[in-house]
Design a protein around this ligand. Structure first.
Ligand SMILES: Cc1cc2nc3c(=O)[nH]c(=O)nc-3n(C[C@H](O)[C@H](O)[C@H](O)COP(=O)(O)OP(=O)(O)OC[C@H]3O[C@@H](n4cnc5c(N)ncnc54)[C@H](O)[C@@H]3O)c2cc1C
Length: 416
């Protein structure tokens, strides 16, 4: 067996796993059926807590070089025109990185790919499709189709990082239990001349019809505008619906559409993330609606936890029982943190049709704005996505502090 680990899927989760394993000297092959990195408009926002993990692994500096920080978020109540703005200043002096990083998922993946390709024990095979897997106590045998021709690859371990429709998960005969929301997302990239108000860089429009997530993608006035529509709508005619939405919800200024994509929204998880020598991570293991931005962040936290644990097993520093703990811990996080918090964000922004319930949400959001201690407690949510190291119980925050990296009182972006 030449490969220690075969990873299916060169999305961000597969690439992070590959990189962190290869850095430990593990021989890893990442395969993807696509000819290169997939560039559909998806993740772009990473909350403060995961920046500790990226910093610890030396990834924050290259990500920051291509991305930019955001210091808050706004909520625009469509019917009343009320703006509620939350600033992240309350994290200063407490968090190592008191801001949210914006970076398109395809740029993030490209950086990871470049770093992975520098690793002597790693290779990435494009145009290589996973077809099936068999396993025995020593190894996995993976059927692939490479440039249309069938082949078999062997490895000690297989990680399925092949996204929400995961052929690996299906080959294991695992279900994907949960719900699909009745409304789906239309994600667009557009240049927009009207989104100049400083509150906009990361904002929600709160409304049952015109609810949206609006975020600045780059400094050239390119924006991600994501709104929702009933799942039952035909896919045809979406450009007219984008136009109707933009004219009604963002009437100031004009727009030029550059990309769009329709996504169904789900809360779903596999019943287990480990079957013998096969593991699942990222969207292959669990999917959430992206309103809180917890999809890829959850997948990254899976990767940090799994790459460390699997590396220890391969280097014979740990029994493989640690992989059962990985599988349980990450599924528990999805069920108790990722999915309920993301569902509540979606409900708040897009399904808030009971006036008393909306008022209740708005009272909470105004209180967060006015009370920094309350705001800081509320901003702890993304940190709950982390599973502390299965080897030593430490969080990335603990590890940075041990390295003498102190929480930033101010930061290079917003000095006091
Ligand atoms: C509109 C939208 C906005 C989002 N915003 C955010 C956000 O701001 N923050 C956040 O954290 N998350 C966000 N997400 C979620 C995020 O995009 C996903 O969680 C993320 O893409 C998961 O990464 P992954 O690597 O697990 O899977 P994917 O990115 O789906 O990658 C899977 C890879 O597997 C490959 N593959 C599939 N089948 C095979 C096969 N048979 N053989 C070989 N290769 C195969 C595919 O080609 C692909 O490259 C958003 C999602 C959407 C839809």
């Amino acid at each position: 067996v030449k490969n220690d680990v075969l990873i299916v899927g060169a999305g961000p989760v597969g690439l992070i796993n590959g990189l962190l394993l290869a850095r430990q000297g593990v021989r890893v092959t990442v395969i993807d059926e696509a000819p290169g990195i997939v560039d559909s408009p998806r993740a772009m926002s990473y909350a403060w807590s995961i920046l500790d993990a990226l910093d610890y692994h030396g990834l924050l500096t290259p990500f920051q070089a291509k991305g930019f920080p955001i210091n808050g978020r706004g909520f625009f109540v469509f019917n009343t025109r009320e703006w509620i703005v939350h600033k992240f200043d309350c994290l200063r002096g407490w968090a190592h990185h008191p801001y949210t990083l914006t970076l398109g998922q395809e740029l993030l993946a490209e950086i990871l790919l470049n770093l992975l390709e520098e690793q002597p024990t790693a290779q990435v095979l494009w145009n290589t499709r996973f077809v099936g897997v068999r396993q025995d106590p020593q190894k996995v045998s993976v059927e692939i189709e490479r440039d249309g021709k069938p082949e078999t690859l062997e490895a000690s371990w297989l990680i399925g990082c092949d996204g929400g429709r995961s052929p690996v998960r299906k080959a294991l005969d695992l279900s994907f239990d949960g719900v699909t929301w009745p409304r789906r997302f239309v994600a667009t990239n557009m240049y927009h001349t009207g989104l100049t108000k400083e509150d906009w860089p990361a904002s929600y429009i709160v409304d049952t019809e015109y609810g949206a997530v609006i975020a600045k993608i780059n400094q050239n006035n390119l924006w991600r505008v994501t709104f929702s529509e009933p799942e039952s709508m035909p896919r045809e005619g979406v450009e007219e619906r984008i136009d109707a939405f933009a004219k009604k919800a963002l009437p100031q200024g004009s727009y030029e559409l550059t990309l769009h994509s329709i996504y169904s929204m789900h809360q779903r998880t596999a019943p287990k993330y480990r079957v013998g020598r096969v593991l699942l991570a990222g969207d292959a293991a669990h999917v959430t609606n992206p309103t809180s931005g917890f999809g890829l962040m959850g997948g990254m936290y899976d990767s940090f936890c799994l790459a460390e644990a699997l590396g220890a097993v391969i280097m014979k520093k740990h029994d493989d029982e640690i992989l059962d703990r990985y599988a349980k811990a990450r599924r528990d996080v999805f069920l108790s943190v990722t999915s309920p918090i993301s569902s509540d964000s979606l409900r708040m922004g897009f399904y808030n049709n009971v006036p008393e319930r909306l008022e209740h949400d708005l009272i909470t959001m105004r209180q967060m704005r006015d009370d920094p201690a309350f705001m800081r407690r509320a901003l702890m949510a993304p940190a709950l996505l982390e599973t502390p190291s299965l080897l030593d119980g430490k969080t990335f925050r603990d590890r940075l502090s041990e390295q003498g990296n102190t929480p930033a009182k101010s930061n290079p972006y917003w000095p006091d």
